[in-house]
Design a protein around this ligand. Sequence first.
Ligand code: ATP
Ligand code: MG
Length: 357
Amino acid sequence: MKTHRIAAIPGDGIGKEVIAAGIEVLEALARRDGGFTLAFDHFDWGSDYYKAHGLMMPEDGRDQIRNHDAIYFGAVGAPDVPDHISLWGLRLAICQPFDQYANVRPTRVLPGITSPLRHVSGPELDWVIVRENSEGEYAGVGGRVHRGLPEEVATDVSMMTRTGVVRIIRFAFEMARSRPRKLLTVVTKSNAQRHAMVMWDEIAAEVARDYPDVTWDKMLVDAMTMRMTMKPETIDTVVATNLHADILSDLAAALAGSLGIAPTANLNPERRFPSMFEPIHGSAFDITGKGIANPIGTFWTATMMLEHLGEKPAADRLMRAIERVTADPDLHTPDLGGKATTRQVTDAVIASIGADN
Ligand code: ATP
Ligand code: MG
């Protein structure tokens, strides 16, 4: 029987609560499936670790997880640790060296969930947003001179490489091809940003020649926000830069009903390094310790991890269980307007896995 080794990094705040729930669900699923087992190694890295050791994770942290089959990640960030330390010290310290250049965010209105868009129910909003996750606006290139003086100048340079753009656009065409509608929208801002964004447009047209079965179009990012809200049914797969897709995917999560539901995968598609799977929400200290964090995003994330591990039937079984649970308003956590607890939602998903044929 196959054993998948998973590095669990719950991180901070509700990250600890939702990952604990996710592991329970995954273990129930492996028992139900019978064809594989999961071996979890737990890493207590994050802001508490930082306060004790002065680092978000140990110096050799990456080596400790390099050979795992996947990373199951909660959330990172604490009120008393500066954001740039927590983010760069853990999440990005894994994403960047492990070359997880494709960030994938499925967005769908699950059964029982209400979108803030009046006209939308499930089928009209079913997207995958592909975010370039390794360079671009977040490459860290730039600087500041004459700090605090009237002459101060600061730059953030968006750095795009042909290799980086080709690989993410190719990944997005593959993603679009794998979905029933075979539809891709390439988002840029090439009317105002005249260099790298024009290169994106050109590369998209070049790569598109290899995908005659995929229908694709180009869209400026500002117009894309309107299309997402006004004509969501015209969208299927989307690819955009690090910054643009960061913003668009938060909008997408909100349109799908709650931040607590949305999953994401940080993929190294060539599998030279482990990929990382996490809910998109943060550590949410306002509700930490209350037992009311919505674990659905972390469960949906687990379906992406299982698919990546080659366990598609188990992934599908988990998705069915999630949808049966979201369909019941009595099992909605407070972020969805309900009264259910993390414990109740987790138990309901586990029961639903058990009842699934
Ligand atoms: P970060 O800086 O890490 O993105 P943040 O504080 O900006 O964190 P989140 O922690 O993602 O944002 O969440 C914003 C708010 O949404 C939280 O304060 C919380 O009230 C709510 N929220 C987020 N995730 C969940 C969840 N899983 N269940 C319930 N509520 C949530
Ligand atoms: Mg945030």
